[in-house]
Design a binder for this molecule. Structure first.
Ligand SMILES: Nc1ncnc2c1ncn2[C@@H]1O[C@H](COP(=O)(O)OP(=O)(O)OP(=O)(O)O)[C@@H](O)[C@H]1O
Ligand SMILES: [Mg+2]
Length: 1043
């Protein structure tokens, strides 16, 4: 907060309350001046805004600035008329209290401008809707129209309001403007017929002449030269640099359209303005009897045409006066002066009533259509205090009005403030101030007051004149301290007052009034003849403004002063019923010049506006007060003891609150019903703390709500999830059920099919059979034999038994075919040999299984005997089919010799391994037998038939081969004689020895292989079956190879 204050105070102080030397007018002035030269035209005195007219446009009313003042604490931003408008608007909405903004100050101080800014702010900051926009437009558009008809250039102000205006803006409960109502006060109608030098008539005349199209002007019989009209040329300043009459005319026309003035009404309005101008040019000449004659009756004809009345009647009414005496009507001709007076009275009367009619018309256009109760915000822009060279009845009324407003200000601020302190029992040091009630009483008191005396003079029969009125004043109120006239003044003063003048010592200064016209103006006389003429007009407006009822009424119309006094009293009542805000306008100089600060003139205004007293009261008093309930309600959140609610008496709550906030002892006082806070900064600090707290609370509420909301969302999601789960489970269960049902059906069908499986195909078993077939075929596909040796075959159901048989055969055939296709010629011959070997030896000789696993080869010669075969080949020209190492046991003493056996196509050779010498050569045809044992040994005996070649005496050949099965198989196959092979099962083989002797070979089983000569001369062969024991697997392998 301190930050804010410091930041705002860089040029003087923004609030005079913060002024150190607050009792010193010079300090006050200095602050105002300093700020004025920095274009800081606004300064506060507490809640009162002091505004100094800058006389040049400032960029402080743009939409951004409007926006920045929206809903902002009054003290947070630099002083501004928008801040006053905002505070008032918020107070109206927040506390539901009708408001009024009183803008006061002397002529040219900027009241009307300030009121326009307030209106601008209200229009910009309230809510938007088409209806509201319509009302806003109309409220804003009422200004150009009223200014055109009610404002004029005076020596003090180029756009001086010559009427008082009080505008009520009506707001609905949402704070949107929904209607408005304008009250107008005492238009200075004398201006219509007369202007002081340097002044102008009402703007409307000049705007019409300068802005209207030539056609319109022609229709109104006007020329575009203001100086051609008597009512416009008296002030000799018809053109005005600061006013663009043409642009304003366009603005007026736009306003007329927006405010629902029909074309007919607009025409009537222009006709009235024109007719007033024409009337002013009507001239009178005196005839021989000194009676008035119109010298330019054509103008009257024009007026009659424009207003729609009879020309003759108007002519007569302008030159004569009908007097009623003893129920007889007498027409009396008028003198030139009287005629001029009647003419001017008519012009003033028409224009005055036209203005009132315009206000009514605007009111009907602004009227609130909905009947719901509205809040009101009043805006008072009334003519300011005036002192002219010559001051007349109008100035008297205007200044009286300002006295009343000052009185109201005193009532509401100074007096009531002090009274409130007393009421609340707060110690208070009274502040001296000038109470202008005495002047108000001087003017309005009954029976002795200036107005009463004036009325009396107007009503009194006999010869009453302005002079008699003045002498009456001298008699009645001559001794009043605020009244001076020539007759009652002391010698020194008398020199400054003429005999037809009186002076009043107003609160704002002394004003000398010239009494000329007081009575006439107060009587406000319009001759009956002229009224009658007007009642008959067809002009849409005058016909409404002048009514027959007025003519019939016998009641004497109220005097202008009484009317004004009554309407002012009503205004005061209206203002008293509302919460006021003040804008006090100050004029910086008399020349309407920017940047010029005339200290004398400003000081004078500061004094008479009572700003110093105002400041003193604020400094002595308290800047802020609120009932305990209201204060506690707003700030209770700042103290734990009062938050969220305080149960005790509100005063105690407030006490607890301020103690908690550590208010200084001098910062506040507790009254009977209210708390009083002395300095704005204290309130500001509290408000700031509240704003911060509000955010905290909002955050808390937000977080709670978010939590609550999230929980709601969560619970919803949970319920949804459960629901989805339930549904999904149901779906799954349904699907399972469905599957189980289907499965049961399938099983049932299957069982049924199984039971009917052996029946011919029928409905019951069709599926089953199909399935069984398919199933078996599938299994078969997986488990079908992959090789010819694999004899497995999965058993087939009965109904496929036949198929199974076929398939098995097919499969075997197929496998065989595949196998056969893979067999090479080598393998084939190997196979043939193995088949032969099997046939010869399987189950007959023990060593056979051991031979199965080895391939039969054509040569068993070792690699280092590679040349041996070539040598053997040289021994015969036959092809050598087989050769192998053998051991030969000779036929004499069974001596063993290393030999090579080779088999040619027709002959068997046994050769020495060393020298390759043929030892035996036996043609196959000579072989009578080949004997071998049934044991594991490799010994065999070739029985040779006696021949020339070998000689029988050599005996049989006893050989031993390590590959006896192969050797014997080859021998049998090459010799092509299987029958020669004999396997001895007895364990003895007899054979022939050389020289025809007989030998014997004994075979026996034994662990170690042994061939030796026995003691009986026989050859003993032990088969060494242990050495050659083979594993079963080897045997199996061999068996397979064979097959
Ligand atoms: N805030 C402002 N910014 C710029 N110019 C201003 C401001 N206030 C007033 N003026 C100027 O001062 C002139 C007179 O102001 P305004 O008409 O508001 O005076 P007033 O107090 O209404 O006088 P009166 O009592 O004669 O009607 C305006 O026409 C305008 O040129
Ligand atoms: Mg004004």
């Amino acid at each position: 907060m301190e930050d804010h204050l410091h930041r705002r105070d860089h040029t003087g102080v923004q609030d005079f309350v913060l002024l150190e030397d607050y009792r010193n007018p010079d300090a006050f002035l200095e602050n105002l001046k300093k700020r004025f030269h920095e274009d800081l035209i606004y300064t506060y005195i507490g809640p009162v805004l002091v505004s100094v007219n800058p006389y040049h446009e400032l960029d402080i009313y743009n939409p951004e600035i409007i926006h920045s003042y929206k809903n902002v604490n009054f003290y947070e931003l630099p002083p501004h008329v928008f801040a006053i408008a905002d505070a008032s608007y918020r107070s109206m909405r927040g506390e539901n209290r009708d408001q009024c903004i009183l803008i006061s100050g002397e002529s040219g101080a900027g009241k009307t401008e300030a009121s326009k800014k307030v209106l601008l702010y209200i229009a910009a900051s309230s809510t938007h809707s088409s209806d509201v926009e319509r009302v806003k437009d109309r409220l804003l558009e009422s200004n150009p129209l009223l200014e055109a008809f009610g404002n004029a250039k005076t020596t003090r102000n180029d756009n001086s309001s010559r009427f008082g205006k009080y505008m009520d803006i009506q707001f609905d409960y949402k704070g949107a403007p929904v209607g408005g109502h304008i009250l107008n006060y005492l238009l200075e109608k004398s201006r219509v017929v007369h202007q002081a030098p340097g002044e102008r008539n009402f703007h409307a005349f000049y705007q019409l002449l300068n802005g209207a199209s030539p056609i319109t002007l022609k229709q109104l019989s006007l020329t575009a030269e203001p100086d051609a009209y008597f009512y416009l040329n008296q002030g000799e300043s018809s053109s005005l640099q600061t006013m663009d009459d043409q642009a304003n005319w366009r603005a007026v026309q736009h306003s007329l359209d927006v405010l629902d003035f029909s074309q007919q009404q607009q025409k009537a309005l222009f006709a009235i303005v024109a007719s007033v101008l024409h009337l002013g040019n009507v001239k009178f000449e005196a005839d021989g009897k000194d009676m008035a004659h119109i010298s330019n009756p054509n103008l009257v004809a024009t007026v009659a045409e424009l207003l729609g009345c009879q020309e003759d009647k108007l002519l007569l009414a302008l030159q004569n006066k009908t007097i009623e005496a003893n129920n007889e009507k007498l027409r009396s001709p008028l003198t030139v002066d009287q005629a001029l007076y009647a003419r001017d009275a008519l012009a003033k009367g028409i224009y005055d009533r036209l203005f009132t009619w315009i206000v009514h018309k605007i009111n009907s256009s602004l009227s609130n259509r909905c009947k719901i109760k509205c809040s009101l915000m009043g805006l008072l822009d009334i003519y300011g205090f005036e002192i002219f060279q010559v001051n007349c009845f109008e100035q008297f009324c205007i200044n009286y009005c300002n006295e009343k407003l000052q009185q109201l200000f005193i009532e509401l601020t100074l007096k009531s403030e002090q009274e409130e302190y007393q009421r609340e029992g707060i110690q208070w040091e009274p502040v001296e101030y000038f109470n202008n009630k005495i002047i108000c009483d001087l003017i309005e008191a009954k029976p002795i007051g200036i107005m009463s005396v004036l009325d009396e003079e107007c009503l009194r029969p006999g010869d009453t004149t302005d002079a008699t009125f003045l002498s009456k004043l001298g008699e009645t109120i001559g001794k009043h301290p605020h009244f001076i006239s020539h007759s009652v003044a002391d010698n020194a003063t008398r020199k400054t007052i003429a005999r037809d003048e009186f002076r009043m010592l107003h609160y704002a200064g002394d004003v000398t009034y010239n009494i000329k016209g007081f009575l006439d103006k107060n009587n406000d006389l319009l001759f009956r003849d002229l009224k009658e003429a007007m009642v008959e007009t067809t002009n849409a407006i005058t016909s409404q403004c002048f009514t027959k009822a007025e003519l019939i009424s016998k009641k004497r119309p109220e005097t202008a002063a009484t009317q004004f006094k009554t309407s002012l009293a009503q205004l005061m009542d209206i203002l008293m019923s509302k919460e006021p805000s003040y804008v006090r306008c100050i004029k910086p100089n008399d020349y309407k010049r920017a940047g010029q600060f005339d200290e004398k003139i400003v000081l004078h205004q500061v004094k008479y506006l009572g700003l110093m007293e105002n400041l003193r009261v604020h400094r002595a008093g308290f800047a802020y007060r609120r009932p305990y309930e209201v204060f506690l309600k707003r700030y209770k959140s700042l103290c734990p003891a009062t938050w969220p609610s305080y149960r005790g008496h509100p005063k105690d709550g407030v006490q607890a609150l301020v103690s908690h906030l550590k208010y200084g002892e001098d910062d506040y006082r507790l009254g009977k019903t209210k708390i009083f806070i002395r300095f704005p900064r204290v309130l500001f600090a509290t408000e700031d703390a509240f704003q911060r707290r509000k955010h905290e609370l909002a955050t808390q509420i937000q977080s709670k709500y978010r939590c609550f909301h999230q929980r709601k969302v969560f619970l919803r999601m949970k319920i949804s999830a459960i629901l989805i789960q339930c549904h999904w489970r149901r779906v799954i269960a349904q699907r399972l059920l469905e599957r189980r049902r289907k499965a049961a059906l399938v099983i049932r069908k299957f069982v049924k099919g199984f039971r009917y499986r052996n029946e011919p195909e029928c409905e019951e078993n069709r599926e089953f059979v199909k399935f069984t077939k398919m199933n078996w075929l599938k299994r078969l596909a997986q488990a079908a034999p992959q090789s010819v040796l694999d004899k497995t075959w999965i058993p087939a159901p009965r109904l496929l038994a036949e198929t199974s048989g076929h398939l098995q055969k097919l499969c075997t055939r197929n496998l065989v075919l595949k196998y056969v296709k893979k067999i090479t010629p080598t393998m084939k011959s190997q196979m043939k040999q193995k088949v032969v070997a099997e046939r010869l030896f399987k189950g007959k000789k023990d060593v056979y299984p051991h031979s199965v696993k080895d391939h039969f080869v054509d040569s068993r010669l070792a690699p280092h005997h590679a040349t041996l075969k070539d040598k053997l080949q040289k021994l015969t020209n036959e092809n050598i089919k087989y050769c192998t190492y053998v051991t030969k046991y000779d036929r004499h003493g069974y001596k063993s010799r290393k030999r090579v056996l080779f088999l040619a196509v027709t002959t068997l050779f046994v050769v020495d391994e060393k020298d390759c010498k043929v030892k035996d050569r036996v043609p196959y045809s000579s072989i009578k037998g080949v004997h071998t044992s049934n044991l594991m040994d490799g010994v065999f005996v070739i029985v040779v038939a006696a021949s020339e070649e070998n000689g029988a005496c050599k005996g049989d050949i006893i050989l031993q081969s390590d590959h006896v099965i192969e050797t014997l198989t080859k021998l049998v196959m090459i010799s092509n004689n299987e029958s020669v092979l004999q396997i001895a099962a007895s364990g003895v083989i007899n054979h022939d020895l050389a020289g025809g002797k007989q030998g014997q070979i004994e075979f026996s089983k034994g662990d170690n292989y042994l061939v030796k000569k026995g003691k009986g001369g026989q050859l003993l062969v032990v088969d060494g079956s242990n050495e050659l024991r083979l594993t079963n697997s080897d045997l199996d392998l061999g068996a397979e190879r064979t097959s």
